[in-house]
Design a protein around this ligand. Structure first.
Ligand SMILES: NC(=O)c1ccc[n+]([C@@H]2O[C@H](COP(=O)([O-])OP(=O)(O)OC[C@H]3O[C@@H](n4cnc5c(N)ncnc54)[C@H](O)[C@@H]3O)[C@@H](O)[C@H]2O)c1
Length: 336
């Protein structure tokens, strides 16, 4: 089996590549990534020399790059490549639409032409919008995205659907909750707060900190994606839930207490516009039809993640001292 993984130098993509190389050693993996600020080949340093792994630099929204990589044949395509940070989508919505929607459509076109056996599009629970205190999103919940990021992901999902309906293309979509684990870029809540706490910096928490997310350990997500690749049905969408609803405030308090840092580092700051209150996924479909469910308990996964950031300080310190620093200074000014 030969698989093209787009966005494989990012957080989830790199974990997925490592997971595939470990669990499907006879597969050949090609990682196609533009290496934006979020792409980092250091995420795959331990497997970079594997015989069945290769990196190709390229942009999913550039027709020549996409045509180029499809010069070879793939059985599977896993589309992780995206602009993925909601905060950034408030500042650069056009880039989100270009990469996440047009990029996905270019990939679909080329994958269709080359006759892939399965195209898996990695999406998010954010496409469903915001929930009140009760209830869960199922795969048939309406799409009501509230940020330019989630709108771009919802749009890409619909383009994927249309390629299945119109061209009978073997497309599947997965929608996951908030991921956490090793190699997550330190702009996202958990690594942002772990790295800041380790530096004894304040932890800027949006609003009242009571926004709820459904947390999914990245390895569980990778297992879910592989399960859908191998057992999923063409044209279907599968929610990949973490069964771990937590408020941002609870998580922040846990991080500080595990690290032995004072709770006084928490600093409440003005809320983000369009900040969804609660996400929670009903993942009965993937559990009943494909036999997948999350294994990691949140408290255990968080400890493992914190250990990883404590033991891999060079990885995140290199990022924070590089070009990301400029973005960080510019956009997080208000949150300091
Ligand atoms: N992180 C989460 O909690 C979460 C949850 C559900 C779904 N998702 C989805 O999973 C996917 C991966 O998320 P992540 O957190 O690993 O993101 P990430 O930002 O860590 O990684 C994105 C990767 O895509 C690459 N990329 C960006 N634009 C590109 C382009 N034009 N061409 C080629 N490569 C490009 C980047 O270089 C980077 O390596 C995204 O599609 C995201 O929407 C993420």
């Amino acid at each position: 089996m030969k698989i093209l993984v787009t966005g494989g130098a990012g957080f989830i993509g790199s974990n997925f590549i490592r997971y595939v190389l470990e669990n499907r050693p006879d597969w050949e993996v090609v990682n196609f990534d533009a290496l934006t600020y979020a792409g980092n080949l250091a995420n795959l340093a331990d497997v970079a020399d594997s015989e069945n792994y290769r990196f190709v630099k390229g942009d999913i929204s550039n027709p020549d790059d996409v045509r180029g990589v499809f010069g070879e044949k793939f059985d599977y395509v896993a589309n992780f490549a995206a602009e993925s940070h909601v905060d950034r989508s408030l500042y650069e919505p056009n880039l989100f639409l270009k990469t996440n929607v047009l990029g996905t459509q270019l990939l679909l076109n080329q994958a269709l032409e080359s006759g892939v056996k399965r195209f898996l599009h990695v999406s998010t629970d954010e496409v469903y919008g915001s929930l009140g205190p009760e209830g869960y999103f199922s795969e048939i919940s309406p799409l009501e995205p509230n940020s330019p990021y989630s709108a771009s992901k919802a749009s890409a999902d619909l383009v994927c659907r249309s390629y299945h309906m119109t061209f009978d293309m073997p497309v599947v979509i997965t929608r996951a909750g908030n991921n956490y684990g090793p190699y997550q870029f330190p702009e996202k809540l958990i690594p942002f707060f772990i790295t800041r706490a380790l530096n004894n910096e304040s932890l800027p928490l949006y609003g009242d900190g009571l926004n709820v997310r459904d947390w999914l350990y990245v390895e569980d997500h990778c297992h879910g994606i592989l399960t859908v690749f191998e057992k999923g049905k063409d044209g279907e969408t599968y929610n990949i839930g973490g069964a771990s609803e937590m408020t941002n405030l609870e998580i922040t308090r846990m991080i500080l207490s595990i690290l032995g840092k004072p709770q006084s580092l928490i600093k409440f700051v003005k809320d983000r516009p369009g900040h969804d209150r609660r996400y929670a996924l009903d993942y009965t479909k993937v559990k009943k039809t494909l036999g997948w469910q999350p294994k990691m308990k949140f408290s255990e996964g968080l400890k493992k993640t914190i250990d990883w950031y404590c033991n891999n300080q060079k990885w995140w310190k290199d990022i924070l001292s590089g070009q990301y620093r400029q973005f960080y200074e510019l956009h997080y000014k208000e949150r300091k």
